[in-house]
Each structure stands twice: as C-alpha cells, then as structure tokens.
Design a protein around this ligand. Structure first.
Ligand SMILES: Nc1ncnc2c1ncn2[C@@H]1O[C@H](COP(=O)(O)OP(=O)(O)OP(=O)(O)O)[C@@H](O)[C@H]1O
Ligand SMILES: [Mg+2]
Length: 230
C-alpha cells in the first residue's frame, strides 16, 4: 500500500479487425511486485501483454509507465525504456549459439550486462557455444529471459513461462522469479496455477477479454481458490 504504481493500464480495449478481444482493462503493477494474470486459452492474456509492450495498438485506452504514455510509442522505444516482453513461443535464433543470441540482443539494445545474465542463469555460461536449435525448452526460456535482463529492465512481461517445461525446471523458475523481482517488477500470464501460487503476490483473473477478479489474499493465492472465476 502507498507505493506508487510503476505501470497503470487504464480502460484498455483491443480488437483484431472487427473482433473485440479486450474490454476495459484496468490493471496496475508496483515496483518489484510479482503479479500474475490467469485465464484460459484465448482469454486475451497475450493480447494484453503485447498492447502493454506496444507490439499491438489498443483501440482505446492507456498504458502509463512511470508517468509516461506508452500507447503510440514504438516497441523498441518501450523496450529501451525498461519494459520488456518475453513471448510465449520461446523464439531464439536456432542457427545461432547462445553467445551469438546474446550478442545480437546486446547490439540491438546497447545493453551488455552479461554478468547479470550469468548470475541468474549460470547454465547459459556452460552452454555458451551451443546453437539455439539444440537447447531444451528450459534452456531456451533461460536465454529468452537472459536477453531481456541484459539491460536494467524495470518491468518484465513474461508470457506463459512454464509451458512445456519439466517440473524440476519449473521449480527453478520459481526461484528465478523471486530473485529477478529484487531488481524489477514482473507481470506473468498463464494457466499454470501451481506456478502462479508460488510466484505471485497478486493475481488477476481474466475471462473472455475481461479482468473479472483481483486476488490479493495470500492464502487464496496459495490455495488457487480463485479458479472458479476462470
Ligand atoms: N493475430 C490474431 N488475429 C485474429 N485474432 C487473434 C489473433 N491473435 C489472437 N486472436 C484471438 O484473440 C483472442 C485472444 O487471444 P490471446 O492470444 O490474446 O489469448 P491468450 O489468453 O494469450 O491464449 P493462450 O492461453 O492460448 O495463449 C482469441 O480469441 C484469439 O483467437
Ligand atoms: Mg497467450
């Protein structure tokens, strides 16, 4: 309580052509907070994150980040301002090694904090000469997050981080999320309620393009007792 919001989404609506997908979304994130949005397939989670990262333009509404309007800015500008989106498809360059993948991001962003990447993901140092095509799903996820934290992001938007990952890798990601949030806020979306219960301090439930509930009670989050909203 009392802390100013780092991100505020206000009355945000989005559509693909004639098809409306998001309806009057109101959401906020405080510095260093770990927030999750849960919702079924097609609820609109990815669309919302992409609107926040300026990868999509909402039909109406605002995304305010540290007092600045992001709607209308280019996605690379938003990324440079410290708000980074990590997509759910775990896209890394398959023909490039881990090193080359990181180099490419460094060139693109001017961010060279590789030590920070290796601090959070020591395994990437071991895999530095391995091509993207030969990384496991968990290793690709490390590389995706690693690229995003090369600079000093203040907000990470992480789309379905646990999809397709083995339980032990998911356990590691729980620790990673807690560590990362010492330096930045995290908004994650997904359907893995057990993961959400272990990482989120606050949860929004999304159904058919609307945020239908906000859960702040720790016990409710731990017990996933909000699944009836979905
Ligand atoms: N490029 C697109 N063109 C048209 N419709 C789209 C497009 N992308 C998504 N949609 C539709 O918008 C709605 C919301 O999709 P979105 O991908 O945001 O949901 P999601 O909650 O991320 O789902 P998932 O859990 O499957 O990732 C769905 O009905 C989807 O079919
Ligand atoms: Mg999605």
């Amino acid at each position: 309580m009392g802390r100013p919001n780092m991100v505020e989404v206000r009355s945000l609506n989005a559509a693909y052509g004639q098809s409306k997908v998001l309806f009057d979304i109101e959401l906020n994130i405080k510095p260093n907070e770990r927030v999750a949005i849960v919702g079924r397939n097609g609820a609109g989670k990815t669309t919302l994150l992409k609107c926040m990262a300026s990868l999509l333009t909402p039909t109406t509404g605002s995304v305010i980040y540290e007092g600045t309007e992001l709607v209308g800015k280019r996605s690379y500008e938003v990324a440079r301002m410290g708000l980074k989106y990590i997509d759910q498809d775990k896209h890394v360059f398959l023909d490039l090694t881990v090193r080359e993948n990181l180099e490419l991001s460094s060139y693109a962003t001017g961010d060279y904090n590789w030590d920070k990447v290796f601090k959070h993901f020591p395994k990437l140092k071991i895999l530095i000469d391995r091509k993207g095509a030969f990384l496991s799903g968990g290793e690709r996820q490390m590389l995706m997050i690693g690229r995003a934290i090369l600079g000093d992001p203040k907000v990470l938007l992480i789309d379905e981080p646990t999809e397709g990952l083995a339980p032990s890798i998911v356990d590691d990601l729980v620790t990673t999320f807690h560590e990362l949030s010492k330096d930045c806020a995290i908004l994650t979306v997904g359907q893995n309620l057990s993961f959400v219960s272990r990482v989120a301090e606050r949860v929004y439930a999304m159904k058919e393009g609307k945020l239908v509930a906000e859960i702040t009670d720790e016990a409710e989050i731990k017990n996933n007792s909000y699944s009836h909203y979905l």
